[in-house]
Design a protein around this ligand. Structure first.
Ligand SMILES: NC(=O)c1ccc[n+]([C@@H]2O[C@H](COP(=O)([O-])OP(=O)(O)OC[C@H]3O[C@@H](n4cnc5c(N)ncnc54)[C@H](O)[C@@H]3O)[C@@H](O)[C@H]2O)c1
Length: 348
């Protein structure tokens, strides 16, 4: 029976834990120093506070001080912390990661290097390991239309495991699959890792169209659909420029995850607030007061830096990304026109 240590007992780490117990895995779930209340709920058998689902009693829980025990002898380590926590948690877990057969990654985000360069998460993790003189196993990038609550509750879920070594992706796609948790293997690590954080940015822009509908009383479905199409185009252009397959942006990590993220979740809710006219900065304050991290907001400047550093010749083909920066960071009250200008075709 394969075994795994999942690092991070938030929504996704816990959702993955439930999915893997169904596939017959031995699961250790480690909570960071921010997760004690989540571990309390799991151990008490009450619903996980973030996903309102009970976590299987076959999952073994560990608190932040017990990381070494959680990592002891496992076949796989999975990183499920927020992107901001990745460098620290990777450094803490490097010894255990180096002894595992694979490192899985459900975290979505870009990693800024100390010199300001932006890396995709797997590259950043490999750099951290290199700098520490540690060899780590293959990385499996996990993404796709996966809401943690539905995954935890055994609703039908399709996901993608992207690994440079396709055989490794296939091995784990087979071993982790259960009736309702189905995995597409891929060798396109880059495509998975570009789409995963970018779709959080674009979900904010989809939310704006919904907020405009609330504000005006008129549907803005045409605007929303044009925004969706432009978002997919931009994910495809950037990921291919960085070496990805064309198909990835049009598959589970791109179109699939954009659809689910644009339906619900913190990025979409934040966009709705902007669309309603709450103001980008005021809406962000409200989200912070509600302890709702909007990952897409942090991803905007990192994505723009990535474009300008690594793919400057496609900059002009990414107007929606730049519109997101103007709306969110400049709090421009003309946001509705800015979205429209970014997504409506120009005069041919
Ligand atoms: N929720 C989902 O449906 C879903 C689906 C797929 C992927 N993801 C990704 O998984 C990652 C975690 O998301 P989540 O929904 O589980 O979030 P969450 O807020 O429920 O949990 C966040 C986890 O990260 C840890 N963390 C937060 N800040 C940290 C810091 N500064 N240092 C160290 N650890 C820190 C927390 O302790 C917790 O374990 C994100 O990158 C997210 O995009 C989430």
């Amino acid at each position: 029976m394969p075994s795994i240590a999942i690092l991070g007992a938030g929504a996704m780490g816990s959702g993955l834990a439930n999915a893997l117990t169904r596939a017959g895995w031995d699961v250790n779930l480690w909570g960071t120093w921010l997760d004690d209340h989540l571990i309390d709920a799991i151990e008490a058998g009450t619903p996980h506070p973030r996903i309102d689902t009970v976590i299987s009693d076959r999952v073994t829980t560990f608190r932040s001080g017990d990381l070494a025990e959680a990592l002891e002898g496992v076949d796989v380590v999975a990183l499920s912390v927020a992107s901001v926590g990745v460098p620290k948690v990777v450094e803490m877990a490097l010894d255990g990661i180096s002894k595992a057969d694979a490192l899985w990654l459900t975290t979505k985000g870009f990693l800024p290097m100390p010199d300001g360069r932006i890396q995709l998460l797997p590259d950043g993790i490999r750099r951290i390991a290199d700098e520490a003189g540690v060899t780590i196993p293959p990385i499996v990038a996990i993404a796709g239309p996966v809401k943690a609550n539905e995954c935890a509750a055994n609703e039908p879920t399709a996901t993608i495991f992207g690994c440079r070594d396709y055989d490794v992706a296939v091995k784990y796609a087979r071993e982790a699959r259960s009736d309702h948790y189905c995995i597409e293997p891929s060798n396109d690590e880059v495509g998975v890792e570009v789409c995963a954080p970018m779709k959080n940015v674009y979900a904010i822009m989809l939310g704006i169209a919904d907020g405009l509908e609330e504000k005006t009383g008129h549907p803005h479905h045409n605007l929303k659909a044009a925004t969706f199409a432009q978002a997919v185009r931009e994910m495809s252009i950037l990921s291919q420029k960085l070496g990805a397959d064309a198909a990835t942006a049009f598959g589970l990590p791109g179109v699939g995850d954009l659809e689910v993220t644009g339906l619900s979740g913190r990025n979409k809710v934040y966009g709705v607030r902007i669309g309603r006219g709450e103001g980008a900065k005021a809406a962000m304050k409200t989200m912070e007061e509600l302890e709702q991290t909007v990952e897409g907001v942090n991803a905007i400047p990192l994505a723009i830096d990535l474009v300008e550093q690594s793919a400057p010749d496609v900059k002009d083909q990414m107007p929606l990304l730049y519109a997101a920066r103007t709306i969110v960071y400049d709090d421009d009250p003309e946001f509705a026109n800015i979205v429209a200008r970014a997504v409506l075709p120009p005069m041919p």
